[in-house]
Design a protein around this ligand. Structure first.
Ligand code: ISL
Length: 539
């Protein structure tokens, strides 16, 4: 196989919430090292490490003040080197989060730019003269204007996220090369790639209100590729909210000129009411099938998919896509089966492998996320009831994914001996790694099987994709084909039992979330599926 990452499985670690080795209440790098065997157990090949760089933590590390330093909250550069080495000894590669659409306002470049308008770093950022009003009405993704006035110079600077995250000016060639040098510095340290934060924003033209997919996006990515990793066998994945099939074929072009793959978000947005993520609507299964088909077929042989249902910005996948109340185990395993049967590189977000759920804090004071806090303040100011606003936060808020990893039923879920920076989900007594390892039928052991299956079955990495029973309103079933091999992935995407007409003659059950078929007769032409039942078979 040409690209190793085509059969790899990636695990995302959100460091603050993974494992605290010091009792500080915040997860840290040595804490990750302590838990590497959990990833070995699962069969993980790659860690995507969310930011551990120096940061004032206005956006939990996505505001970097020094790309060459480690945040003391998480440890030291020596710890980081040890993590890279220890992981490597265990066969695990590390990809770093590359946050280069913006820096922290505390970064030396921005500080210099603020202090001295003649500084060479001034042009590393985006400034516009104050003409008595905002340069335009572009908004920050976290609410409020994307422009903030610097009183000193009477200039506005541009920021698509918080005002503590000024956007870099990618038109500045010196800045671009500083970024490429920094990437090379990290690669030299032994990391194996990057997850590129909101990378489809770097070609922006603020004056024309173009943010995503600006005209210089692909030229800059090609330049970055040449300057940094063209000759290296690494994994690069871009976070691209603006991805469609056409540009994804460029991003993930098999010629390797840009990235290995991108995260697209069309499936996530299906549950947003008219583009508003805070208003959740029920999943339209038909529309979900359309999205999956478009991406599976659209990138087959012409690009490469990433596969994911959750990350640190999204609600817990079993809560968003499944039923975390009545069928938590069944639906979590079904979702995993559905996803891991597809073509692409699967990403597992920490805690997903044990079916961690959303959390419902009673009070806004228990929340930490800047996006959530801004949303709360704005909506309360607009006159919405606290109950209404908290309901949205319970469903969608980013802190759902950021409560600490639940390792055991010990205090704080075994995450920390101190006072966790964010409360542990009280369901840790039932939902935790320790209990999951012991239970043969656990979500964790289901993931382990799925990940192992990918390693030994070329059809999973290479096979084509087509739906079966496409019109069925409950069942999400598809077939993968590679040479004379076929793989069926059948999922009851509902809490109701249903009988389907399908001959399984000649097929062998490989993975099953209930343990065995209700009618264990593969010669029958019908199959009754229990709630959220899911099966992978091959011929
Ligand atoms: O979830 C989101 C979209 O509705 C946003 O919260 C999020 O900002 C967006 O997904 C972009 O995310 C990335 O960049 C942000 C950072 O806050 C996120 O954690 C990161 O994943 C700014 O760096």
């Amino acid at each position: 196989m040409e690209n190793w990452w085509k059969s790899a499985c990636v695990y995302q670690i959100y460091p603050a919430s993974f494992n605290d080795s010091t009792g500080s209440g915040t997860g840290d790098i040595l804490g990750i090292i302590e838990k590497l065997d959990h990833l070995v157990y699962l069969g993980i090949d790659v860690i995507w490490l969310s930011p551990v760089y120096a940061s004032p933590m206005a956006d939990n590390g996505y505001d970097i003040s020094d790309y060459y330093a480690i945040n003391p909250l998480f440890g030291t550069m020596t710890d980081m080197d040890l993590l890279i080495d220890t992981a490597s000894e265990k066969g695990i590669k590390i990809i770093m989060d590359l946050v280069v659409n913006h820096t922290s306002d505390q970064h030396a470049w921005f500080q210099s730019a603020l202090k001295d308008p003649e500084s060479p770093y001034r042009d590393y950022y985006i400034w516009r003269e104050n003409q008595g009003e905002l340069p335009n009405d572009l908004e920050s993704c976290f609410g409020g204007p994307a422009w903030t006035l610097d009183q000193e110079s009477d200039n506005y600077y541009f920021h698509l996220f918080t005002k503590e995250q000024p956007d870099l000016n990618w038109n500045n060639e010196d800045m671009r090369h500083e970024i490429y040098n920094m990437m090379n510095w990290w690669l030299k340290k032994g990391i194996t790639g990057f997850r590129m934060d909101v990378i489809d924003l770097i070609g922006k033209i603020p004056d024309e209100k173009i943010t995503e997919n600006g005209p210089m996006l692909h030229p800059y990515l090609k330049e970055m590729n040449l300057a940094s990793y063209q000759d290296k066998d690494i994994l690069t994945v871009g976070e691209c909210w603006g991805a469609d099939i056409d540009n994804a074929q460029l991003f993930s072009n098999p010629d390797g000129s840009e990235l290995s793959m991108v995260f697209q978000f069309h499936h996530i947005k299906l549950r947003w009411d008219q583009g508003n993520k805070w208003n959740t609507i029920p999943l339209d299964l038909e529309a979900f099938k359309d999205v999956i088909e478009t991406w599976q077929q659209g990138l087959h042989n012409t690009g490469w998919n990433s596969l994911f249902l959750g990350n640190h910005d999204l609600p817990r996948s079993v809560s968003y896509w499944g039923d975390d109340t009545h069928y938590r185990k069944e639906s979590a395993k079904m979702l995993a089966t559905l996803l891991h049967g597809l073509q692409g590189t699967p990403f597992v977000y920490q805690g997903e492998e044990i079916g961690m759920t959303n959390v419902q804090f009673d009070s806004i004071d228990q929340y930490k996320d800047v996006e959530t806090m801004n949303f709360y303040t704005m909506r309360i100011e607009e006159g919405l009831s606290e109950e209404h606003v908290l309901d949205s936060i319970h469903k969608i808020g980013r802190d759902n994914a950021r409560t600490p990893m639940q390792w055991s039923d010990a205090v704080n879920g075994g995450f920390s001996d101190g006072h966790p920076w964010i409360q542990v989900n009280p369901n840790y007594t039932d939902i935790n790694v320790k209990a999951s390892i012991q239970d043969d039928g656990s979500i964790l052991n289901h993931y382990k099987k799925l990940i192992a299956l990918r390693k030994n079955n070329t059809i999973l990495t290479e096979g084509s994709f087509e739906f079966i029973l496409r019109e069925h309103t409950q069942v999400f079933a598809y077939q993968r084909t590679y040479l004379d091999k076929k793989l069926l992935c059948i999922n009851n995407f509902s809490p109701d039992e249903t009988t389907i007409n399908l001959s399984l003659n000649g097929y062998l059950v490989r993975i099953h979330n209930y343990g065995s078929l209700l009618y264990n007769d593969t010669h029958a032409n019908t199959l009754t599926l229990r709630p959220y039942e899911s099966i992978i078979l091959t011929n």
